[in-house]
Write a new protein. Sequence first.
Length: 92
Amino acid sequence: MKTKTIQITEISIDELSDIITDKLVLKIEDYLKKISTKKNDELLTRLQASEYLKVSLVTLNIWSKTNILKSRRIGNRVFYKKQDILDILDKK
């Protein structure tokens, strides 16, 4: 079991408020980074990817074959990583 030492010093309410605000901002930023990476790591089916990109399934298949967009196979199903789609859109 860890024990912590608490040291009390004179501090104004404004200084305490600033310290707490800084810590909260750091925690919130870390949390938002975790949320954004989890959403972009999701896998989309062929239909979801085509709807997201607003292209036909045939176009999506051509892009996969010509390595414009990398597909991933799990069993006999094809998936696309959402982050890969976003990266391609950023490049174009």
